[in-house]
Ligand binder design. Structure first.
Ligand code: NAD
Ligand code: UDP
Length: 328
């Protein structure tokens, strides 16, 4: 059986990737330290004969017994509020963690795919963002801990490819959503849906005219799988190009959820990108991939998931006092 190691397995994307690879007939080793993940995302795989889990912090030496064919390195905080709350762990997992995983890939002669992000483009001056854009990142701004860790991760990966001839792949993921996101992780979709379910006003940051383009998780996972199986070593954008302002998006959520609450405006976090839309021409051409699930369908599935959570989870508010993380 082909064997794959997935780091960040207890997180949102990692857990969906575990499902995908098991469905494709792989033996899957999941690894996570639960810093932003949740054991319950993997509960359904507990007794799966082809799944094993290792609780481990990937910034420490990573040891895997036996052969490995593939590695997907997805461990990293991903929500702006998470990475502002744990900035040093974020820098370490992108740098030391990536170094460890590249070392494992080299030792096992495995192909490795690294989870990069649209944040490597920073607050982009080019729109939409294509892979040849170098980006506009403030190294010392609050988001720099994530953006620069991911940029370093890409450089280190290319160095392993060029110097050691390692088989590497880099996916630049644009805002992806779906079931198993943490309700209180601070990202805009769980934030708005949680607020709607609790009957609170929806907090739009800034004037709400900044844009994002949201991709449903099933589309994202298919794109990642195709990229891993392709022979292309340079970064590839995977995301949904359907762009919307955050204000219109909040209005959409109000309609979808039927909440009687209204929009309230809060300060825009420092260096919050004003526009974001993936140019996916490369993924279309190389991977014959494009997203199939529209926002209406994806949001409905996601809302159904959040609605199914317990009252306790709904009212657990990890990031209640998030303003101190975003505006300094
Ligand atoms: P997530 O927070 O749900 O998952 C991340 C997982 O990594 C968590 O389970 C966490 O516990 C684990 N982790 C973090 N540091 C670790 C460490 N040192 N050792 C072991 N495990 C560790 O976030 P997500 O949305 O699933 O993101 C997964 C990956 O995809 C991240 O690398 C993120 O940067 C990237 N990404 C996601 C998006 C998105 O929209 N979801 C966009 C761009 C990039
Ligand atoms: N946002 C918002 N209200 C919230 C949470 C986020 O208006 O309660 C905005 C945020 O300022 C950003 C966009 O929504 O412009 C997407 O934020 P998210 O945290 O999901 O991720 P980002 O795309 O910034 O990494």
């Amino acid at each position: 059986m082909k064997k794959v190691l997935i780091t960040g397995a207890a997180g949102f994307l990692g857990s969906h990737l575990c499902d995908k690879f098991l469905n494709e007939g792989f033996y899957v080793i999941g690894m996570d330290n639960f810093i932003t993940g949740d054991k319950k995302n993997l509960k359904h795989l507990e007794n799966h004969p082809h799944f094993e889990f290792i609780e481990h912090d990937v910034t420490k030496f990573v040891e895997i017994k036996g052969h490995l064919d593939y590695i997907l390195h997805f461990a990293s905080p991903a929500s702006p509020i998470d990475y502002l709350k744990i900035p040093i762990q974020t820098l370490k997992v992108g740098s030391l963690g990536t170094h460890n995983l590249l070392g494992v890939a080299k030792a096992k002669n495995a192909r490795i795919l690294i989870a990069s992000t649209s944040e490597v483009y920073g607050d982009p001056l080019v729109h939409p963002q294509s892979e040849d854009y170098y980006g506009n990142v403030n190294t010392i701004g609050p988001r720099g801990v994530y953006d620069e860790a991911k940029r370093f991760q890409e450089s280190l990966t290319m160095a392993y490819h060029r110097f050691h001839g390692l088989e590497t792949r880099i996916v630049r993921i644009f805002n992806t959503y779906g079931p198993r996101m943490r309700l209180n992780d601070g990202r805009v979709i769980p934030a708005f849906m949680g607020q709607a379910l609790r009957g609170e006003d929806l907090t739009v940051f800034g004037d709400g005219l900044q844009t994002r383009s949201f991709c449903y998780v099933d589309d994202q996972v298919k794109g990642i799988y195709r990229l891993l199986m392709s022979n292309y070593v340079y970064p590839v954008n995977i995301g949904n190009p359907h762009e919307i302002t955050i204000k219109s998006f909040a209005e959409e959520i109000i309609r979808l959820t039927g909440t009687k609450t209204k929009i309230v405006y809060k300060e825009l976090p420092v260096n919050d990108p004003l526009q974001r839309q993936p140019d996916i021409s490369l993924a279309k051409k190389l991977l014959h991939w494009e997203p199939k699930i529209g926002r209406e369908e994806g949001m409905k599935k996601t809302f159904d998931f959040f609605k199914s959570l317990s009252k306790e989870e709904l009212y657990k508010s990890e990031h209640k006092d998030f303003s101190r993380y975003i505006n300094n």
